[in-house]
Ligand binder design. Structure first.
Ligand SMILES: [Mg+2]
Length: 237
C-alpha cells in the first residue's frame, strides 16, 4: 500500500473522512467503564487462566505494556483463549448504564458531512452497546473494530498462529486505512491515546489527540460551529 500518493482534490475541506476512537474519546473515562474493564480482565486472569489473585493487577499492566492488550499477551504466551469468551467476560458485564445519551455530541456529528468511522480495539458488541447508550448509533458510516483487525483468529489452530492485531501497531493502522478505503492524508484521526496518535502519524493520517473533558467543554460551550469549521481548517501538525 502506497500512502499519501493521491494529489489533493478540489474541496473546501482538507478532509474526506473522520476516524473516531470510541472509549474515552466519545465518552468520558470518568463514567467508570475503563475501571470496570480492568477489574474484569483481572478476574479473567484469575478465574480462567489460574493466575494468583495478588499478581493479576501487575500482570494485566505488564501484558498491556508488552503486547498491547491482555488478550494479545495471553495468546502470544500460548494460552488458547477464545476471543468471544474473553470479550463476553470482560465487556459483557460492564456497567453500560453509566453511559448517558449525549445529544450535543449527536447534533455535532450530524452537522459534519464527511464520512465518519469508528476505529476501536474493542469488539463489535461493545462498540454497538456504547453507541446505543450515547444515542449515536446512526451517526457513523462504518465500525472498524477487533473483528475487522483480526479476521483469521477464529481459524487458528494454535494461539500464536495469528498474533492479535490492535492499535497502536502500524499493521492495525494500515488495515483500517485499507478497510475504510481512505487517503490517510485526507483523513482526520481522533483518539485519546498518545501511542495511537503517534502510529496514526506514521501512516500519514492527520491527527487530533482528544481530551474528552476539553472536547466536551467545547461542545457544552456552544462552540459547535467552531468545531465544525475546525474540521475544515484544523492545523493538526
Ligand atoms: Mg480510547
Amino acid at each position: 500500500m502506497e500512502l499519501c500518493s493521491n494529489p489533493p482534490r478540489e474541496s473546501t475541506s482538507p478532509f474526506d473522512c473522520l476516524l473516531f476512537d470510541l472509549d474515552d474519546t466519545l465518552y468520558s473515562s470518568k463514567v467508570g467503564i475503563g475501571e470496570a474493564c480492568k477489574r474484569n480482565i483481572e478476574e479473567f486472569l484469575v478465574k480462567k487462566c489460574g493466575f494468583p489473585e495478588d499478581k493479576a493487577s501487575s500482570l494485566r499492566v505488564e501484558l498491556f505494556k508488552t503486547y498491547g492488550s491482555s488478550l494479545a499477551g495471553l495468546r502470544a504466551l500460548g494460552y488458547d483463549i477464545d476471543t468471544d469468551d474473553y470479550h463476553g467476560f470482560v465487556h459483557g458485564r460492564l456497567p453500560y448504564e453509566t453511559i448517558k445519551p449525549n445529544p450535543q455530541l449527536r447534533n455535532l456529528l450530524r452537522t459534519i458531512n464527511q464520512r465518519k468511522i469508528i476505529f476501536t480495539n474493542s469488539d463489535r458488541n461493545h462498540a454497538i452497546k456504547v453507541l446505543d447508550r450515547l444515542g449515536l448509533q446512526d451517526c457513523f458510516d462504518q465500525i472498524i473494530c477487533f473483528e475487522t483487525l483480526n479476521p483469521n483468529l477464529s481459524k487458528s489452530s494454535r494461539p500464536d498462529e495469528f498474533p492479535v492485531v490492535l492499535k497502536p501497531s502500524i499493521n492495525a493502522m494500515k488495515i483500517a486505512i485499507d478497510v475504510a478505503q481512505v487517503d490517510p492524508c485526507r483523513t482526520l484521526f481522533l483518539d485519546d491515546n498518545e501511542r495511537n496518535i503517534a502510529a496514526g502519524k506514521v501512516v500519514g493520517l492527520r491527527t487530533v489527540l482528544v481530551n474528552f473533558q476539553l472536547f466536551s467543554a467545547c461542545v457544552g460551550a456552544c462552540a459547535l460551529r467552531g468545531f465544525v469549521s475546525s474540521v475544515k481548517d484544523w492545523d493538526t501538525g
